[in-house]
Ligand binder design. Structure first.
Ligand code: IPE
Ligand code: IPE
Ligand code: MG
Length: 250
């Protein structure tokens, strides 16, 4: 374990890092399609360019000392897209996993998948589970990838589990506290969400981390995801460092 500096140790949620650096950053990576359209390219080209941004942002996050980066890659509503686009996205996921896994592992990245990824094609499920198993012991940075993720599904799932426990007598209804719910979310083992970024100018959460964002700082930027890189990420961290968080206090 690394030593916690005195100044950081006095802050409840700072976990040893400088409080001005967010421990947990989540990104709604939006705007790939519009990026491609502007260039007269197929939407798939935008997604491919977006995968490059992931590489750059992950590197910048590691260098800045961010502990966890959560990326919204496929929402539970993205099944509404044309089949061809869905299969392009699956193809890209396969390609990215194959190409990057060993480098991510060498860099000490722990891969975690949040969302109901088991409905994906069998080969992808296996690749994801292998990636999680391979990197489970890494602790430099956690990369949480949201796949077939929907925040309302996640909360309903927690409610179902709690209801089952109450029915079985292993849990009292009175014991259903925010902490009990929190412990049943996909993000239970991740640090509290500090900063949530959405690219492409849309100012909505699109069913992403609704519970976890209760006290997160929000940053909506106009940049399209494929144009967002290390510098833009560092700019977002600078913005975060200037925020004053009050959590309802003074
Ligand atoms: C985000 O880019 C990537 C995914 C949702 C997978 P979009 O594909 O939503 O791009 P726009 O919003 O159409 O520009
Ligand atoms: C949110 O983007 C999902 C991801 C980035 C994976 P969308 O492009 O799907 O969101 P809406 O449809 O504009 O709300
Ligand atoms: Mg979009």
């Amino acid at each position: 374990m690394t030593a916690i500096p005195a100044s950081a140790a006095s802050r409840p949620d700072s976990g040893g890092a400088s409080p001005s650096v967010p421990r947990h950053v989540a990104i709604i990576m939006d705007g790939n399609g519009r990026w491609a359209k502007k260039r007269g390219l197929p939407r798939a080209a935008g997604h491919k360019a977006g995968a490059e941004s992931v590489r750059k942002v992950l590197k910048a996050a590691g260098e800045a000392g961010v502990q966890c980066l959560t990326l919204y890659a496929f929402s539970s509503e993205n099944w509404r897209r044309p089949e061809t686009e869905i299969s392009d996205l699956m193809g890209l996921l396969r390609f990215y996993l194959k190409a990057e896994l060993s480098a991510l592992h060498k860099q000490g990245v722990r891969i975690k998948i949040i969302g109901d990824y088991k409905v994906f094609p069998e080969d992808i499920v296996k690749m994801l589970e292998d990636a999680m198993a391979l990197t489970a012991g890494n602790d430099r940075l956690t990369l949480a990838v949201a796949l077939n993720y929907g925040s309302r599904d996640e909360m309903a799932r927690a409610a179902r589990i709690l209801a089952g426990q109450v029915a079985a007598g292993s849990m009292k209804a009175d014991a259903i506290t925010p902490e009990a719910v929190d412990n049943l979310l996909y993000t239970a083992d991740l640090p509290p969400l500090d900063l949530l970024i959405r690219t492409s100018g849309e100012c909505r959460l699109s069913n992403f981390l609704l519970w976890q964002a209760a006290y997160a700082e929000m940053l909506f930027v106009d940049t399209l995801w494929p144009d967002f890189g290390g510098e833009a990420f560092r700019g977002a961290l600078d913005d975060f460092a200037r925020r004053e968080r009050r959590y309802g206090g003074l």
